[in-house]
Design a protein around this ligand. Structure first.
Ligand SMILES: C[S@@+](CC[C@H](N)C(=O)[O-])C[C@H]1O[C@@H](n2cnc3c(N)ncnc32)[C@H](O)[C@@H]1O
Length: 290
């Protein structure tokens, strides 16, 4: 049974494919989307104030954690342990050491590798008897035409004590699939950018061609749709240059076609939720060894 902490829209539960004991997230839009697609309502708890007893009650043997990444990004000023958004993970460390679930897995941005928080996490888990496997992985290595390099940790209680860190990135193991296969058949007419915007941002925005078989989109962040640069690629097709739709981003992340947002959820919120989520292929690889 999986316990999905910082569950968002539930990428880890989907990738796991097995029973989910419980999910926890404080974002109401994420929780509504999660409930609609997974038939389980996440606990709307603030993990900064959670107790060991509350989490122990779920009886889960595998814990997945996707804590906020802003403390370890340039955009978030890399405040690391001093960032208030690091507090929920800090709160979980003594709980992990006390409850010692058999498997703990986690995902974060590459900047986590050089953080003091990673040092705290490693020290806690190793001190509690876990064997760690850390690596950097990107869906492009699995043939997905979208970059999303992330740090993955798998920690097992019954390991051999030989910790592995593969933080040099992963070599491709599958040929690149064409981006066109991930795009909407009928793009939203409202997604096209005015010509003046394309001219204004054209040099700094990353634009991929819909029919280029070698096209690779950049990482989509939760700021996509709000910040015109460094938040994700744009796509040029027969209609002009447009934003990717939230559904296209989910497809690139490996979500099933049946996954859907609540009708009432605005596009900006959908971008926020999709941009915060995970590559199912990469999570599957991390959980496969757990
Ligand atoms: C990087 S996202 C994880 C996304 C998720 N893995 C998914 O598949 O969508 C981080 C999540 O942590 C949640 N979060 C941040 N701080 C929290 C806290 N103190 N307590 C509970 N949830 C929190 C956010 O609402 C957000 O959904």
């Amino acid at each position: 049974m999986l316990l999905e902490l910082f569950s968002g829209i539930g990428a880890a539960g989907l990738a796991w494919g097995g029973p989910v004991a419980a999910a926890v997230d404080q974002n109401p839009h994420a929780n509504t989307t999660y409930a609609l697609n997974h038939g389980l309502r996440p606990k709307a708890w603030n993990l900064e104030a959670v107790s060991a007893a509350q989490l122990a009650a779920f009886g889960a043997t595998r814990w997945w954690m996707s804590p906020p990444c802003q403390p370890y990004t340039v955009r978030g000023a890399r405040r690391d342990l001093d960032d208030p958004r690091a507090r929920p993970l800090l709160r979980l460390l003594p709980i992990l050491a006390e409850l010692r679930p058999p498997v703990v897995a986690m995902e974060n941005v590459p900047g986590f590798v050089v953080s003091a928080m990673r040092g705290e996490l490693r020290a806690t888990l190793i001190g509690a008897g876990y064997t760690l496997h850390e690596r950097l992985a990107c869906p492009t290595a699995l043939g997905v035409p979208m970059r999303r390099q992330r740090y993955y940790l798998t920690a097992r209680l019954r390991g051999d004590g030989r910790h592995r860190s593969e933080l040099g990135g992963s070599a491709p193991i599958a040929p690149l699939r064409p981006l066109g296969g991930y795009l909407d058949a009928a793009p939203d007419p409202g997604a096209y950018l005015p010509e003046a915007t394309v001219r204004g941002y054209g040099h700094s925005a990353h634009i991929v061609d819909a029919d280029d078989p070698a096209a690779v989109a950049t990482c989509f962040t939760s700021a996509y749709g709000r910040s015109p640069v460094r938040a994700g690629s744009y796509v040029r097709d027969a209609g002009g240059v447009r934003t990717f739709s939230p559904e296209e981003i989910l497809r690139l992340l490996g979500f099933p076609g049946s996954f859907h947002f609540p009708e009432v959820l605005p596009r900006s919120v959908r971008f926020d939720l999709a941009g915060n989520s995970l590559s199912l292929d990469a999570v599957r690889a991390a959980l496969a060894e757990a």
